[in-house]
Unconditional design. Sequence first.
Length: 776
Amino acid sequence: MTKLTAMKAFQRKIDAYCAMRLVPIFSTKDTDALTAYMRRLIERRCGPQRTGGHTDWDVVARLTGVDAAMLAVHQRAIDPAFDAIIRWSRGGDAGKDARPRSRKSTVNKKKALLADQPKARPGTVAADNARPRDNLDNRKPADITDFPEPLFREWSDPSSFAEALQLHMRRHGETYWVLHRSVVRSDEPMDKNTLLSWIEGRRVPRSTDSFDVLGRIERRYRLPDGYFKAKLPHQSRSASGFNLSELDPAERRRIAWHLPDDFNALPFAKRQEILDWVRRVIISGSTDYRKFQAAAAKQRYAIRFPGVSYGGRAPRDGKIAVPANYEETWIEDPDLLSGVVDAPPALAMEMADLVRFKTSALTSIGFQRNGVWGEETASQKIEHLGLMFGALAASKTGEIKGYGVPVRHLTFGLLIFPGIWDWYLQWRESRRGFYTAWEVDMLRIALAITKEGTGWLRQHSELLARVQPIPGLVSQNEIDYAREDWHGACEDFHKHAAHRVKEIQRIARVHRDPFEPIMLVLEADSPVGEYRKITEEIIRLMPDEERYPRPAAEAVRSFLMLRLGLHLGLRQKNLRQLMLCPRGQMPRPERVLEKLKRGEIRWSERDGGWEVLIPAVAFKNAHSSFFGDKPFRLVLPDLLDLYRYIDDYVERHRATLLRGVADPGTFFVKTVKTTSTDAAYDVTTFYEAWRLTIQRYGIYNPYTGRGAIKGLLPHGPHNVRDVLATHILKQTGSYEQASYAIQDTADMVAKHYGRFLPQDKAALAARILNQVWEAA
């Protein structure tokens, strides 16, 4: 066979190899370029450019026009052909090709080599056997150094993690096998295929052990700390593998997000310091009220009214129908020490009648009332009265230290006796340590239901029939007096409750300072600018949508919650219930929105922007002078990509969160999970979503470096109104203009929202006066 014939035959073998191995991986153009390059190498009888025994893919990319990163990723498919070309060119024999030598010829050659070597002496053999053999686990190859020198020092920094890892491996002429042996110890479980999956972009580091290996690679290649982690597609994802075995799974999930990657390697004292800080500042919030609330939440004692709902129709005669045999059918729980329990049937029917009385469109014939309750107000009153009845029923010897009244004896008829209220007020004071406005609000409920002419309890004297004497609280004489003169007993209690209101108002203290969690924001020169940093942190840590669609959707939702809150200044209810009308669809008429008592975000063709329209009846202060019976309307500004994120959320992210379940129609929807298929937010879940956003993106964590604002504490959506009002007060000094930002009055801003301190007033005045001197 001539040399030319042998070369043509070998070229055909390489062509066949490329057709089999490269066509499934590369495009036709790239495959043809690589095949042509290999043909040129065969014609010139030389191999590709190599450095340190490894193919220089940058040179190959320059000569073929194929992307270098693509070549490096698929080097295992290309290198065998290059190796065959090198062997063929070195042999110089026209008959040699890319086929490996046969096993038989290789074995024969090995035997010949062994026969030529001198025989070992017995003593030498014994010495060799006594010596440790290879100890490959601890031996490092001679060509592997701790800090290899880069082949080139200038490069274009890629944005993705996999591309960055490939680049720096090429810079240092290393394969994944060499890199694995260099950075992973023999006693560690990480497999080299894990490293290969990172390089190929199939997986990314997630565990604390993986981040440790990533740090070793950074040190080996002399890269800045955190270089590779900053390029991961999911920056806001918590690491796995933390040593938190002493915590229950729920607490582990909450805390893991806020721990540093090297948590397991820290001393025990440092780990405890971090855990204590996370629990105190991020999870619970470090205010006195939050500590009290966290402790109180562990002691559950309320009476629950599951069958009582907003609205409903009252009986025609207005009387409360109590089952005749309710005492026989109701089973008293002798172990009722603490915990939420359902109300007995009779008490539940009384509560249902009260709610109907205060929420129905029309009262029953012969009854009068003064004012009605909205849905939120009704839910709040049900909850507060349930706490009162629960405290009365809780065991005296349990952790609640209630009064131990049998549940079957609970009735609204007890609420006209001063002893019941005095005990409950003192019980609450003993738990908290002082009186607050909460006790005043409870007494005002008592005043309302016993008011002459319009009080619900005053118009239901039949409730006294179920009242039983309670030693120390209600005597038989008091019950007999109430039977003889029901209206007189109600009037006596009404005077007593009014007197208690004045006494408690005089000594009540503020337990929950609404400004405390956001104090650092309110003290800034630009409160809105300071709070806006949280939205910037969300964008900085935004996951890759293609790889993590649901976390990306949740991040965009969190971003829009805060941005819309800052632009609109709405109460939680109005923001949570905001309906959505996508582009191209007909907006809901204002009459429909009035009936729903909800607003809507829709695209305005006239203004060319996203518009928010909310009827006045949807607001808590619907009759405020701010509205004048006119709806609230605002076109959102297209600032800092707000419209882009709204469009992305409406078109893609919202559907990702819904996962095919029934659409509640609201702009903000929950993440649908196996355990939660209702996509509509309620007051609790919306508060928790906002609070979780603040915990993850708002509070600066000195141990992880994440978080936007130092000193911030967990809070809910209502605090954004304080931020807006205070910002405008600092800029203008006008309570009137501040009230415009939160749809309220100047008086309400002065009492509840704006934090305008004397130094802020002095600074504003000085700024105006200084203009005179600056102009001189």
